[in-house]
Write a protein that binds this ligand. Structure first.
Ligand SMILES: Cc1cc2nc3c(=O)[nH]c(=O)nc-3n(C[C@H](O)[C@H](O)[C@H](O)COP(=O)(O)O)c2cc1C
Length: 478
């Protein structure tokens, strides 16, 4: 296989054939190739630790579950003290990893580059790596479980990533997590880019989703009945649309979205029966222009292990028209620029039949979310990637809202408030722990204090409802 073919063939594989080991000789050929990667001043500031011992693997799995995924695990470590100017040591070790992946591909092996390895210091200790080294990443190797490789996630076009002489601005998105720093279009583009890598969005926190869906069911009596038209407003990654489709298999679901790609993604993950309401109405033609004409045949990329890559041209969607007999809007109001919030609520109002219920979930600013977010900002972790959202699937610019402000907004749009559910007054300690352990310095210390506090308050959880992080308003269109 020539190098060009290996570059195109290499895929991040996340399902390995666990029963099929890799001959040591092949592993050594992969590591041998890595030695020939370029390195700063040819210092070759890398080392490769292959994990073979089952007990060690088990201990490492407390830091990263990825070690259990593939038969061969190679931790790539680098000398922190040498070639540190301009992160040359990290650059060199990264070149070694890339060389490993290409060599593995050429040998018919599947591979995965894993950055999420938990507490780097703990991994370093477990591997007996000296203190002046850092663990950079884990490389998983093995044979793929599926005969077909996963489809290639879409790449940004060449002309967009290439600049001649001068960096041409325009295509970039804001970095701020503040929704008011974004336009509606930019938010749609951000989400579209995130969705291109498919699998990363199939990991909903089941406890969180189940809690929200229970509250939604209470807020929307009758929505699950035969043929009831239900509108899910701005589903984003479609985590909740998928859960609603499961909870109400007989309802007729539609989503209101601002891009055809986001509808496509939410529809695919929800069983392909979800119709589309392009929003806002004045952008309808532009949104649908991304789709092939009605009835045209569109080649849809293969599906593999739950991953669907979006085709460049989308199939024409099934469009839905009002009135809807129920609606949900789950954690999207706070992901919109504030000027669009009244407009969204007014448009949902207009789509609903008289007497139709509407469940509106949002993250309350009057909860631990507020201080946690402020803390992260102070620690400089203030980019859109690290916005502490209620669920990792809710991504992009995002701000928790004051319950009073949301109530005023829905009343101004004409809705009546019939009730409210308050969920998750305390954070899920188990879920947060790995993130805290992976943090460094002050963030880690404060994170630990936060976890201890959260665990200590657990017996008083029901008393803390007024400070619940998640609120679900039970609304009705009169
Ligand atoms: C620095 C780096 C870190 C990564 N970390 C992870 C990871 O922790 N877990 C994971 O499943 N994939 C990880 N990946 C794989 C990427 O998700 C993958 O390369 C990307 O989605 C493109 O897919 P492809 O490799 O099949 O082309 C990582 C890749 C790189 C380069």
């Amino acid at each position: 296989m020539d190098v060009g073919e290996a570059i195109l063939r290499r895929r991040s594989v996340r399902r390995f054939d666990r029963s099929r080991g890799v001959p040591r000789e092949l592993v050594m050929r992969v590591l041998d190739a890595a030695r020939f990667a370029p390195s700063s001043c040819n210092l070759q500031t890398w080392d490769f630790v292959v994990v073979e011992d089952a007990a060690l693997k088990q201990r490492l799995s407390e830091q990263t579950k990825s070690v259990l995924v593939a038969p061969v695990n190679v931790f790539v470590v680098y000398d922190r003290e040498l070639a540190k100017e301009g992160l040359a040591n990290v650059q060199s070790a990264s070149a070694a990893i890339m060389t490993m992946l290409l060599k593995a591909t050429s040998l018919g092996l599947a591979s995965l580059w894993v950055n999420a390895i938990g507490d780097h210091d703990r991994v370093r200790e477990l591997l007996g790596v000296p203190a002046e080294y850092d663990v950079l990443a884990l490389v998983c190797l093995g044979y793929a479980a599926d005969a077909e490789p996963p489809p290639a996630p879409e790449r940004r076009p060449l002309d967009e990533v290439t600049h001649v002489d001068r960096f041409v601005s325009g295509g970039q998105l804001p970095r701020s997590p503040d929704p008011d720093a974004w336009t509606l279009e930019q938010i749609g583009t951000y989400l579209k880019r995130k969705l291109q890598s498919g699998t990363r969005f199939n990991k909903a926190d089941p406890r969180f989703v189940a809690g929200v869906i229970e509250a939604v069911k209470t807020a929307l009596p009758g929505a699950g009945e035969d043929g009831t038209p239900v509108l899910d407003v701005l589903p984003g990654t479609g985590v909740f649309t998928e859960a609603l489709a499961k909870a109400w298999p007989r309802a007729r679901l539609a989503v209101l979205e601002s891009t055809a790609e986001n509808h496509f993604f939410a529809n695919r993950r929800s069983g392909n029966h979800v119709a589309f309401v392009p929003w806002p109405a004045e952008a309808r033609a532009a949104i649908l222009a991304r789709c092939a004409p009605p009835g045209a045949k569109v080649q849809i990329a293969r599906e593999s292990g739950g991953l669907v890559v979006m085709p460049r041209i989308l199939p024409y969607p099934e469009l839905a028209e009002p009135p809807f007999h129920a609606a949900t809007c789950l954690f999207r109001l706070e992901a919109l620029p504030s000027a669009w919030r009244p407009r969204l609520l007014a448009d949902v109002f207009a789509q609903l039949a008289r007497g139709a219920p509407f469940a509106l979930a949002f993250t309350s600013r009057r909860s631990w979310h507020g201080p946690a977010y402020a803390l992260r900002r102070r620690l400089g972790r203030d980019s859109v990637e690290v916005a502490p959202t209620p669920d990792p699937n809710v991504i992009g610019p995002y701000e928790a809202l004051a319950p009073g402000v949301v109530r005023d907004l829905v009343r101004a749009a004409g809705f009546a408030i019939r009730g409210e559910s308050a969920l998750f007054p305390l954070p899920d300690v188990e879920r947060l722990r790995p993130r805290v352990l992976a943090a460094k310095g002050a963030a880690r210390v404060l994170g630990r204090v936060f976890l201890v506090l959260a665990a200590a308050l657990r017996p008083f959880e029901s008393l803390l409802r007024p400070f619940a992080r998640i609120r679900v308003l039970h609304l009705v269109r009169p």
